[in-house]
Every structure is written in structure tokens, then in C-alpha cells.
Design a protein around this ligand. Structure first.
Ligand SMILES: Nc1ncnc2c1ncn2[C@@H]1O[C@H](COP(=O)(O)OP(=O)(O)O)[C@@H](O)[C@H]1O
Ligand SMILES: [Mg+2]
Length: 241
């Protein structure tokens, strides 16, 4: 479903990713782990077409994703409907005046009828348990509430793949438990999930596979999530824990 071949990315003269080769299949639940600055967010932004690699190829559902194709608004809308991105910083994602409008934005953008939009908004609010926030301003919500709204606003497009950048950051323990159970259910329902995280304690049972990023901006290990997080020596040697 997702294939990266010899991908490298630099921010001007700063290397952020070096020669990444990865295949992710439909229905997988993959964690990205690694120290700060190792390239996890850059990797996720490439998957979502926010950044275009300097080198290498990105293939999504057998289609080469290029800057030229993404400039085509029809292609871009279709691509973003299939792969949704939950930003690390919810404030960068939320811009509407109410929670309802926020979740309705994507479905309206792709031209769904208002009746279908309404149904999707209610389904997503129910899934995230945020019905009572419907009329609130996203800006004034707590961090955990914002994260739920951001996730709902991405899920309302019914993407095949959900990409999340450190979703547990700044969330209280109850919110983290909710997110954990939510990610498990979502994956069980068939969605492919790709998520960066530091929060090993709160993601037990979520991920089957881990991609480990190094300070050198390469992927140094692609293995079972449980094996990786129980390998204390490996985690310490690579400044992950
Ligand atoms: N906008 C940017 N401009 C310049 N360098 C950046 C920018 N964003 C990230 N970097 C650098 O790219 C590298 C990878 O960053 P990032 O992908 O954010 O890592 P992670 O998400 O693993 O913390 C780091 O060295 C970081 O300093
Ligand atoms: Mg990051």
C-alpha cells in the first residue's frame, strides 16, 4: 500500500532522512520510534505529501506520488481523502469556529451532500465521544479535547490510512487510555495506522511493528513492536530511553 524507495530529505543543508526503504501493507499498525530530531515527523509529512523527498520514490496504492501530481487539485483531494494526518500540534490543525464545522470541513470540501456531511459528523463525534462539544470553539478546548476533534476532523473523510504524529503528547492519563483503546478499535476495523510515539507505557497492545529511527536519520530497525520496546539495551544504546 505504501512504499518508500531510497528516500532522502534535507531541510536546506540539514539532513532529516537518509536512504529510507520501507513497505507498509494495508491494515498494519506501525509505530515510529527514535530520539528527537531523528526524522519521524519528516517521514510522516512525506507520507502525507506535505514534504516532497529530495531523492527516492514514494508509491501509494501503486501510484507514484510526485509534486506535479499533488499540484493537481483533483488528484490532491483524492490522495488526502485516502490518507489522513493528525498533526502533533492540534492548534495547527483546527481553524473553524465550532467543533461541528471543523469535522464537517473535509466532507464538504469533497462535495458531499449536507445530509451525508451531517451523518459523518455525528458518526465521528460519537466515535470520539465528543458530541457534547458540538457547539464549542475548538480554540478554547483542552489539549485532550482538541486532539479528539482533530482526529474526528480527519476521520470524517473516511481515510484508508491514518497517520498520527505523537498523539499522546500533552494528554492526561485518562485521555491516553482513551486514545490507546481507540487506536486498537480503529485498526481492528481495518484502518492502516502509522504513528510516532515516545509513550511506550500507554500504547501497550496497539502496535505490531516498530520502525526505529536513529540520530543519524536512518531507519536502524524494523521489527516487532514488543521486541523493540523490551530490548532495554538497544533502547539505551540508541538514546530512545
Ligand atoms: N522546518 C525545519 N527546518 C530545518 N530543519 C528542520 C525542520 N524541521 C525539522 N528539521 C530538522 O530535521 C531533522 C529531523 O526532524 P524531525 O523529522 O522533526 O524529527 P523527529 O520528529 O524525529 O523529532 C532534525 O535534525 C530537525 O532539526
Ligand atoms: Mg517529531
Amino acid at each position: 500500500m505504501i512504499e518508500l524507495k531510497n528516500i532522502s530529505f534535507n531541510y536546506k543543508n540539514n539532513a532529516a532522512l537518509k536512504d529510507v526503504n520501507i513497505l507498509i501493507r494495508q491494515g498494519e499498525c506501525v509505530a515510529l520510534v527514535g530520539p528527537n530530531g531523528s526524522g519521524k515527523s519528516t517521514f510522516l509529512k512525506i507520507l502525507n505529501g506535505i514534504l516532497i523527498p529530495n531523492e527516492g520514490e514514494y508509491i501509494f496504492n501503486e501510484e507514484y506520488i510526485t509534486s506535479k501530481k499533488l499540484e493537481n487539485s483533483k488528484f490532491s483531494k483524492l490522495f488526502h481523502k485516502k490518507i489522513g494526518f493528525v498533526f502533533q500540534n492540534s492548534d495547527a490543525q483546527l481553524f473553524c469556529s465550532t467543533v461541528y464545522e471543523e469535522i464537517a470541513f473535509g466532507p464538504r470540501q469533497i462535495g458531499l451532500k449536507e445530509e451525508e456531511v451531517n451523518k459523518r459528523v455525528y458518526d465521528c463525534m460519537k466515535l470520539l465521544q465528543i458530541e457534547e462539544l458540538k457547539h464549542r470553539e475548538p480554540y478554547n478546548l483542552s489539549g485532550g479535547e482538541k486532539k479528539k476533534v482533530a482526529i474526528a476532523s480527519v476521520l470524517s473523510l473516511n481515510p484508508e490510512v491514518l497517520v498520527l504524529d505523537e498523539p499522546m503528547n500533552g494528554i492526561d492519563p485518562k485521555g491516553k487510555k482513551f486514545l490507546r483503546d481507540f487506536l486498537i478499535k480503529l485498526n481492528e476495523s481495518g484502518k492502516t495506522i502509522i504513528c510516532s510515539t515516545h509513550d511506550f507505557e500507554y500504547v501497550q497492545g496497539v502496535f505490531k511493528r516498530a520502525l526505529v529511527f536513529s540520530e543519524n536519520h536512518t531507519i536502524i530497525r524494523d521489527d516487532s513492536f514488543n521486541k523493540v520496546i523490551n530490548d532495554e539495551l538497544f533502547l539505551q544504546q540508541n538514546n530512545i530511553k
